[in-house]
Design a protein around this ligand. Structure first.
Ligand code: PLP
Length: 439
């Protein structure tokens, strides 16, 4: 397998695009620079072709969780093509945005109204703006990752140690106005005392509590109920970020199956449009109407493709019980990792929900282990990382093929760890360390 054009494109990108691409999680150095192909010419179902024409089974990040049905899903693409034929923009609005609002409120009976944008971080910015408009307050308490915007990165301003403990290691908030310091405070998942400490200082000025419903661990009994109670007692708006968790274990927000209480606002993106750009902020009317007290408006939030893609994706997701499939395939892979870890005497830990599981191996140099895994899997025609976002195009056969290939990779890794030698085998660079989540 020759990777020439794909690597050349990376050299060009490094000269032309700061950070090489638009998403940290797709940067080649997050995998193994020099080995990871980085660019694709075609993607269909569970397969991806790089610029050199190499075909891979993609068992890695499924467009970082965006392509929940698989790449270039025929049903979604047909609907999109029809929308293109009929015009994706005009001086009038498209009715699909109303249909999609009806569908989202049907799936989430506690919600009454919907706004839209195109990406996840942008939608979180809108949700927080609505909460601030509704409460006429400033401060936010948050748990987990919520995107690139100032309201969020403000947590890193002047907080020294919290930077490393809570957000992306080494991330500088240099670009965020210092006047936002003290507006956003992190709390850890399942640590209600963290939130209580924030509330004890700022209950009168707390606009929102922002969190993911679930990520790498389930909520302890009573944790979410206590958060709901704190939101009710303080008047803060409870915002559930469903950008990654949504449309994995059920059709809609994971909070519907994981929690006994509802949020005031929930935010969706990623899987909802099977890769087409669309995000939604749904909520109870009394909160959502506050959007009108602020100015929240953008030309491309009216564009038709995202709504059409989301409507078609969600209908197919529900009709075909896609979540059951994602859970089944994810379980096979996660069990496979565990068994291989045992077999090759690796200190492996496997976590996450089945549709987006991951593994780690306790050792001195995990970035090299990760790079070696990626390299050994690529050599067997599989795009892989230490996390696996399942999509509906992944079959049981794919999962078995993946585990068989992973066995060979684990064997090499085990030898590397025992001999404390990766460099003699590694052709690319060790993986960079990415997000440090707190949930
Ligand atoms: C929970 C959560 N919130 C927000 C975001 C940001 O979404 P986007 O990358 O679409 O801006 C992500 C992306 O990974 C996410 O996982």
């Amino acid at each position: 397998m020759k990777i020439v054009k794909s690597l050349k494109m990376q050299d060009n990108a490094a000269k032309l695009i700061p950070g090489m691409c638009q998403l940290l999680s797709k940067r080649p150095d997050m995998f193994s620079q020099g080995v990871w192909p980085g660019y694709y010419s075609k993607a269909k179902g569970a397969y991806v072709w790089d610029l050199d024409g190499n075909k891979y089974l993609d068992m890695s990040i499924s467009g970082i969780g965006a392509a929940v049905l698989g790449y270039a899903d025929d049903e979604v693409d047909e609907a999109v093509k029809e929308a293109i034929t009929n015009g994706v923009v005009s001086s009038l609005n498209c009715s699909e945005e109303v249909e999609l609002a009806e569908l989202l409120c049907e799936l989430h009976p506690w919600a009454d109204m919907v706004r839209y944008s195109r990406s996840g971080g942008e939608a979180m910015g809108i949700a927080v703006r609505i909460a601030r408009a509704h409460t006429k307050r400033n401060r936010i308490a948050f748990c987990g990752y919520h995107g690139w915007q100032d309201w969020y990165l403000a947590a890193n301003l002047g907080t020294g140690n919290e930077l490393n403990e809570y957000l992306i290691e080494g991330l500088s908030p240099a670009c965020v106005p210092v006047s936002l310091a003290g507006t956003n405070f992190p709390f850890r998942y399942n640590h209600i005392e963290d939130l209580e400490a924030i509330v004890s200082k700022y209950s009168d000025d707390l606009a929102a509590i922002v969190m993911e419903p679930v990520r790498n661990m389930d909520a302890d009994p009573g944790f979410i109920e206590s958060i709901r109670e704190i939101a009710d007692n303080t008047g803060a708006v409870l915002i559930m970020d469903e950008i990654s968790a949504g449309f994995r274990i059920n059709t809609g927000g994971a909070h519907l199956v994981k929690h006994t209480v509802n949020p005031d606002i929930a935010v969706f993106a990623k899987a909802m449009g099977n890769g087409y750009a669309i995000s939604a902020i749904i909520g109870r009317e009394k909160f959502m109407q506050s959007a009108q007290d602020s100015f929240i408006s953008s030309t491309h939030w009216t564009e038709r493709i995202g709504f059409v893609a989301a409507l078609t994706t969600i209908k197919k997701h529900r009709r075909e019980n896609v979540s059951a499939h994602l859970i089944r395939i994810g379980s096979i892979v996660m069990d496979g990792w565990r068994k291989l870890g045992e077999k090759y005497e690796l200190e492996i830990h496997v976590g996450g929900m089945e549709p987006m599981g991951h593994f780690g191996i306790t050792c001195e140099d995990f970035p090299s282990v990760k790079a070696l895994y990626i390299q050994e899997m690529l050599d067997q025609g599989i795009l892989a990382s230490n996390l696996f976002y399942v999509n509906y195009a992944h079959t049981e056969e794919h999962a078995m093929q993946y585990i068989a290939a992973a066995e060979k990779a684990f064997k090499v890794i085990s030898k590397g760890i025992k001999n404390n030698d990766f460099s003699s085998r590694l052709r690319g660079k060790p993986a960079q360390v990415g997000f440090k989540r707190i949930n």
